[in-house]
Design a protein around this ligand. Sequence first.
Ligand SMILES: [Cu+2]
Length: 498
Amino acid sequence: MSDSSSRRAFLKNGTVGTFAALSAGTPAAAALSKEQPDAPSDQPSQKQADQHEVQDEYDGFSRYRPSRGHDPDSDYYIGKRVPGFRNPADGPAPFIANDLDKLPWKMKNGAKEFHLVCEPVAREFLPGHWMNVYGFNGSMPGPTIEVTQGDRIRIIVHNKLPEETSVHWHGFEMPVQYDGADTMTQNPIKPGKTFKYEFDVHEEGTFFYHSHVAMQEAFGMVGWFIVHPQKVWDPPVDRDFGVIFQNFRIDPMQTVANSWSMDWNWHTINGRSGPYTTPLVCKHGERVRVRLLDFSPVQHHPIHMHGHTFWITGHEGARIPKSAWIPRNTELVGVAQAADFEFIANNPGDWMFHCHMVHHMMNHMVQHVGPRMREDAKVDHYLTSLDTRPRVKMHKDPKFEIPGYPQKMQGMAMTKPMMKELWSRREVKGMRANAMMSMAGLMTSVRVLPDDLYQRVMESEEKVPKGSIFKEIVKRFGTIEDYEPAPPDAMQNMLNDD
Ligand SMILES: [Cu+2]
């Protein structure tokens, strides 16, 4: 057990001892709670590391139960400056963008050197349903570039697309020749060619990269570019998640986005549609950051989180001074904007985290056609045979053969293999048996789990029955007498047998 986790166990168990004065409400606690966040702001020293102690409660706000605190002007109102368990001396919490890789680098001639490959990509939006999009290094969105403030970086961009491109480093203040805005700042990178971008990163925050060709943006060409600050942001978080929200127009019978469209029917979070989106799993009491980027072609997303109130602590430009942080439960994130949500996970359960636009909470919502899936048609076939597009087989189920919306729309064609794949993921273990029915499009969930349940879900290999984790949370934190488990076979009438 590490020092920090033993301190944590110590504090959670409420053992009386050296730290008894930290109990909320004592004069010492009040003094500490004022002093701690204002600790000297250089690199964390050993002294600071030793000082990183956390409390269960701050000015009436508890990290373990729903609460707001006593005074809206308090630093700790709705958990505003309540620190996570992580010791800032250990550096920033690892950045996690589920379902996306990180782009490796090597130190060369004084710079972190990355190789970024622009290419057509097949992406599995839902189990078994692959869409043909554009991306980077085999992924859409592309792999995450992660650096530290002050780094010099070199990115060699390889163009393996069948057309010209350029890559823009969104938000960075660098020498203009590397801005990637063809043809204003560079010649386009021709197919098969490379281009070198190199600059010093003096900023810190939530950035991203993307093709600077508009139609390629609508094909999905984006990726995270996270810059960790040299000094860990205060207060420290335990989790640092990233989710990229995108819209695509992919007509029935097609697998290729219509990048000219002004309407959108497929929606992805990190390249997957609900319920294939991966839940953000954290432990009860932790401080959590979710960085959210809207890289949809034209539509904005009001992002709502259930069961918690979060603070907006940063935007795509920079970290926001604490005096300007805003508490919300719904934040509107516009196209090409990013927002950093931070909250204390003080309310255990499986909580929806989603765009609140009705049409963004569905998959393949297409007027007069209904929710039809299709088999693969490769992007190269598509582009070379526009007049004779490959036929795509439709599902045989009669309820999907009748045009008409919404009366004939009887749910998504969810096959048994799809359901099996959805439930094979560790992150959904123990959710209610019908949880997958409630998530589509731009929807995912934040799971707040007590330590032992977190261990069962995320770290153990034991079989966890559907609904068992949720029921246990109701038992501990709710009213079990009022709780009805989901009927185990409710998904059956949604299933399409082919
Ligand atoms: Cu939306």
